[in-house]
Ligand binder design. Structure first.
Ligand code: PMP
Ligand code: GLN
Length: 384
């Protein structure tokens, strides 16, 4: 393994899902739904396979049907207009979008400012691009995690090339507010920075929270790469269909990198996702209502079991603190959890440069059937 990747071993998600399998535990670690997305979308994939659409290399930027559907979705929901031919790129999940964007836009030695705790692929992709990550830590404040705008401003130097933003945020469930996004946009414009914004949880927001794409703010459309994913929006994490939207030159840059990563993304699923993006609002509303109920079910269970719970406004994750149990080491806690009560979770400490910062935080996912969440809650009460 080269020096750039030396600090990256097996991802925590693979490690913890293997632990769940080995111990037969309820897996509330890795974020994948235990109910597949809509039947009609699965049927669309079967039809595409059967009709021979996408069984051979599809076009590099993605099939026209999907690029058109992505552009229509961005316009319908957010009023963002993109040319499907030059301003949309289909990727092998959001994971490839993140990698290709960083490889295409970061020069060796550039600094990339990203929130901490961060989704694990950010650190690895910044490293592969030869960049230096500069974390800005989200900190607990009145029951949820918040961004300190002064810290963000202070993190930007003359070497900063790019801000890597994630809202709704994995793992904390924080949804950036209009005021926070305004400040980020002003900073990006003032310091002439590129922005890559991972908005894969755009449809998973609850209560009063609203997802507002960063690209909608003044001066942002031309400097922002926005990332979406069918894995999250339609509960098909196994299909690995994601996309970016941006202006022509940025899409063209990211496409150059994508060509040599995967060349193209799997064909038949692209046709199915194109249909999914045209589902009526009732699909998106129903999905959100369902997840909100699951959030409350698991949140109540975790509180009853004795965890300190940070209420998420978005995503399908709940970050907790294990200090009330008299424990401090999330990693050790998660490794022992299957034996103690038959549940698997993720230690957030691995999402920090300074593991001490998140040492006592544990993340649980609630994208599971209600009875599974209820059973997990019952089991977790054994910790008391
Ligand atoms: N970004 C974030 C914040 C995520 O949580 C995930 C899901 N694991 C991804 C990107 C990757 O998405 P995909 O499965 O579409 O590659
Ligand atoms: N995004 C999901 C999570 O955070 C899983 C991603 C993965 O397994 N790489 O749990």
């Amino acid at each position: 393994l080269n020096r750039r990747l030396a600090e990256f071993g097996t991802t925590i998600f693979a490690e913890m899902s293997a632990l769940a399998l080995r111990t037969g535990s309820i897996n509330l670690g890795q974020g994948f739904p235990d109910t597949d997305g809509p039947e009609e979308v699965r049927e669309a994939a079967v039809r595409a396979l059967r009709d021979g659409r996408g069984n051979q290399y599809p076009p590099g930027p993605g099939v026209p049907e999907l690029r058109t559907a992505v552009a229509a979705h961005q316009e319908r929901r957010y009023g963002l207009v993109h040319d499907p031919d030059t301003e949309v790129l289909v990727t092998a999940g959001a994971t490839e979008a993140i990698a290709a964007a960083l490889l295409a836009l970061v020069e060796p030695g550039d600094e990339v400012v990203a929130f901490e705790p961060y989704y694990d692929s950010y650190a690895a992709c910044i490293a592969m691009a030869g960049g230096t990550r500069v974390p800005v830590t989200l900190r607990p404040h009145e029951g949820s995690f918040r961004l300190d705008l002064d810290e963000l401003r202070a993190a930007v130097t003359d070497r900063t090339r790019l801000l890597l933003i994630n809202t709704p945020h994995n793992p904390t469930g924080t949804v950036l507010t209009r005021a926070e996004l305004t400040a980020i946009a002003e900073l990006a414009v003032e310091r002439d920075l590129l922005v890559v914004t991972d908005e894969v949880y755009e449809h998973l927001v609850f209560d009063e929270a609203e997802h507002i794409p960063l690209a909608t703010f003044p001066g942002m459309r031309e400097r922002t790469v926005t990332i979406g994913s069918a894995g999250k929006t339609f509960s098909f994490t196994g299909w690995k269909v994601g996309w970016i939207t941006a202006n022509g030159p940025l899409v063209s840059a990211v496409r150059t990198a994508k060509q040599y990563l995967t060349y193209v993304s799997a064909g038949p699923f692209q046709y199915a996702v194109a249909e999914a993006l045209q589902l009526p609002d009732s699909y998106f509303d129903g999905f959100r209502t369902d997840l909100r109920r699951k959030r409350d079910l698991l949140g109540d269970g975790l509180r009853a079991a004795g965890f300190e719970v940070y209420q998420p406004q978005g995503t399908y994750f709940i970050t907790t603190d294990i200090t009330p149990f008299g424990e401090k080491d999330a990693y050790a806690f998660c490794r022992a959890l299957p034996e103690r009560c038959g549940v698997v979770a993720i230690p957030n400490s691995v999402f920090y440069d300074d593991p001490d910062a998140g040492r006592s935080q544990v993340r649980f996912t609630f994208c599971k059937k209600d009875d599974v969440l209820q059973e997990a809650a019952n089991r977790l009460r054994r910790l008391a």
